[in-house]
Design a binder for this molecule. Structure first.
Ligand SMILES: [Zn+2]
Length: 270
């Protein structure tokens, strides 16, 4: 038994096969991540021609059979092109990084509404001109939050001391948070350095970074970019934190991240 389905999707990746077909990976709200064959998509007069752009938002139809890994794509109608996001090298690297997250973190055949909305709104914000660095940090932190591996940036779980500028209101001292090596919770410096000294490789987050992490939880990207854009130091600390959390979870680094850092580093933009 098979069934035909249609819904809105974001295209994550396309791979050309030698016979003119294409394998397309796409993300939907209802059915999560899917992989399908677009027959003849590489041919000149294909009905798919021009529709299979990475990161495009489309209406997609497919036929699937139970137990088969690949679905068969029957129609693709472009709703929002992805091309403008990939006009330069930085755009190409960034969008590959965003798509890579979904390929790794979204599940097949499982409701993925939050991940879908996150990617959709991030692409929308990028198209509207939001700072790509801010968009990347917001996005990666939220993917980790939705996957349940982002430590609450509120208070030290060992002693209850509050982080960030909210702590200043109670005690007069504004508290930083630290992520100990291989840690999965944010601690206060006192609890992290049991002997009074922080272990090497401890990642320290300034109070303003902790404030920003909290803000991420309650503000959308476009509002945040407009009302309270963070500084470069904050973004750098968030990037490091996300990497420290993501790598042990995946057991490795995302290829697209390594590629982005390497390429931009070579160009002196990393
Ligand atoms: Zn503590």
């Amino acid at each position: 038994m098979g069934q035909t389905l249609t819904c809105e999707a974001l295209l994550l990746d396309t791979v050309d096969l030698h016979d003119g077909d294409r394998i397309v990976t796409f993300l939907t709200c209802e059915y999560g991540k899917k992989r399908g064959v677009a027959r003849g998509a590489k041919r000149k007069y294909s009905r798919f021609s021009g529709q299979l752009q990475p990161l495009a938002k489309v209406n997609i139809g497919w036929f699937e059979k139970e137990g088969r890994e690949l679905v068969r794509i029957s129609s693709v109608d472009l709703l929002r092109p992805g091309g403008r996001l990939q006009e330069d090298l930085e755009g190409i690297l960034l969008t590959a990084y965003l798509a890579d997250h979904m390929i790794e973190f979204a599940q097949e055949n499982e409701n993925s509404e939050y991940l879908y909305r996150l990617l959709d709104s991030t692409l929308e914000a990028l198209l509207a001109g939001v700072d790509p660095n801010l968009a990347a940090r917001y996005f990666e932190a939220w993917v980790l939050r939705l996957s349940g591996i982002f430590p609450p940036p509120r208070e030290c779980p060992l002693c209850g001391r509050v982080f960030g500028h909210e702590s200043g209101r109670e005690s007069g001292s504004v508290r930083a948070a630290v992520l100990p090596p291989n840690g999965d919770a944010l601690l206060c410096a006192e609890c992290a350095g049991e002997g009074g000294i922080l272990p090497r490789r401890t990642l320290s987050l300034a109070p303003s970074t902790v404030d920003f992490l909290r803000l991420i939880g309650r503000q959308n990207l476009a509002d945040l970019a407009r009302e309270s854009p963070p500084g470069a130091q904050t973004l750098a600390q968030v990037e490091r934190l996300c990497g420290e959390l993501r790598r042990p979870f995946l057991g490795r680094e995302l290829k697209s991240y390594a590629m982005m850092k390497q390429t931009l580093g070579r160009l002196g933009k990393g």
